[in-house]
Write a protein of this length. Structure first.
Length: 201
């Protein structure tokens, strides 16, 4: 988590994706118990072990109040207080699912992003997901590394997977290893295609 104007703020351009922006995720807030009425707290974001921002919040029964400092490029810092309303939809097996309502378009969303002068949904900021700009090679590498993380293995695709995580069934482990092998093979194939295209073959 983090703050819109505190710390170094990411410069927004047409290549900026959702993964590069400070965000507030209602699923994280719920998991941490921060949606209880009257809750005060601070959220912070970090990148590479370095904090990039922080933001204060207060939860009421029907909304989330964000309190932070913000400035446009070259201007003075200003204090801001922004209210983001909650909404609920019923779940199929009872209970409710809670959402944030985008302050601009009113759309139910799980995440709002801090860009410009406030926190809005990705649609209002026209933010793509990082995966939307991926090549086939990128996707296969991401898939293989995701499997390796599930196995607590090194993300270096050249290092063999030889250790089964504690508590995992051997059959499950074998299925993961086979899935990683296939994805890794696709990585090699796609990499060769890239090299051939660069050589003009």
């Amino acid at each position: 988590m983090g703050g819109l104007g505190s710390g170094n703020w990411y410069r927004w351009d047409t290549r900026t994706t959702t993964e590069q922006i400070h965000r507030v995720d209602i699923r994280y807030l719920r998991k941490q118990g921060f949606l209880k009425e009257g809750t005060f707290g601070t959220l912070s974001w970090s990148c590479g072990g370095q904090q990039t921002g922080s933001i204060r919040f207060k939860t009421s029964n029907d909304s989330l109040q964000l309190i932070y400092r913000h400035r446009q490029r070259g201007e003075d810092w200003i204090d801001k207080s922004e209210r983001i309303a909650f909404d609920k939809t019923p779940c199929n097996f009872g209970g409710d699912r809670q959402w944030l309502l985008c302050p601009h378009c009113g759309k139910r969303v799980a995440i709002v992003y801090g860009l410009g002068s406030g926190f809005l949904c990705r649609h209002c900021y026209d933010l793509p997901y990082a995966s939307q700009g991926e090549t086939q090679l990128d996707r296969m590498m991401r898939k293989a590394r995701k499997i390796r993380k599930q196995l607590n293995a090194d993300i270096d695709l050249d290092i063999p997977i030889y250790r089964k995580p504690k508590g995992m069934h051997w059959k499950t482990f074998a299925n993961y290893v086979e899935a990683e092998r296939k994805a890794n093979l696709r990585v090699s194939t796609e990499f060769e295609k890239v090299l051939m295209s660069l050589k003009g073959l």
